[in-house]
Design a protein around this ligand. Structure first.
Ligand SMILES: [Zn+2]
Length: 224
């Protein structure tokens, strides 16, 4: 899927890092599907078509697509090292493209795992996200505002000083909380657990959480 509609569903900023957005939904970029469609286009028509003129037309197209102009696509497919022979009959086109999609998806997930640990902006995200699958808070019934608040915190799509300072080119030790003036960095931990200005809200929220645990047992909070 394109990342922008996913960002709109979460209610995060349009510049939020794409890899965090794909990870939240457990969805791979649309280019996986596009590549599979290209491969189907290249193989299936010439294998299935019984009309002579159409066959010539498809062959001409295939030559066009097989030539230098599309060398990048073929080179990309070669580099994926799909563990399957290219289709020799129309019956094997689907199984080949399925294998190609799986291989491409596995490669992208490998890159995703490395990238979320590499970007300083995704420090929190790499701590809360354990694997490439749709986050449960997106599946459970959750109103837009609550979902948005969680998404913004998880993907660092917020206006805390730790992020704003990054855009302003400030050093980390300069990104001080301007709300409580305690001299602490305003990062996600300070905002949720420490900032004295939010103490009342925090105490009320923790009380509600305590009641929730008493009523439903701890497992309701242990779900990832
Ligand atoms: Zn503060």
């Amino acid at each position: 899927m394109w990342p922008l509609p996913l960002k709109q569903i979460l209610g995060v900023h349009s510049k939020t890092t794409n890899i965090a957005i794909y990870g939240e939904f457990g969805r791979v970029p649309l280019r996986v599907k596009i590549l599979a469609q290209i491969v189907k286009f290249l193989y299936r028509p010439q294998l299935e078509c019984k009309n002579e003129n159409l066959t010539k037309f498809y062959q001409a197209l295939t030559i066009e697509y097989s030539g230098k102009r599309f060398a990048d696509i073929w080179s990309f497919i070669d580099n994926l090292k799909v563990d399957a022979q290219p289709p020799q009959s129309r019956h094997t086109v689907d199984s080949y493209t399925k294998k190609l999609k799986e291989t491409f998806t596995d490669n992208l997930i490998d890159v995703w795992e490395k990238e979320i640990n590499r970007f300083p902006k995704l420090e929190i995200y790499s701590m809360v996200k354990e694997c490439f699958q749709c986050a449960p808070y997106l599946i459970n019934n959750c109103d837009f505002k609550s979902r948005q608040a969680l998404s913004r915190l998880r993907t660092s799509s917020h206006n805390l000083r730790i992020e704003v300072g990054r855009y302003l080119g400030q050093r980390r030790d300069q990104r001080i909380c301007t709300i409580c003036q305690n001299g602490d960095y305003e990062d996600e931990f300070h905002f949720i657990m420490k900032c004295s200005e939010y103490k009342e809200i925090r105490d009320g929220t923790f009380k509600k959480l305590d009641n929730c645990i008493c009523m439903n047992g701890p497992t309701v909070l242990m779900r990832k």
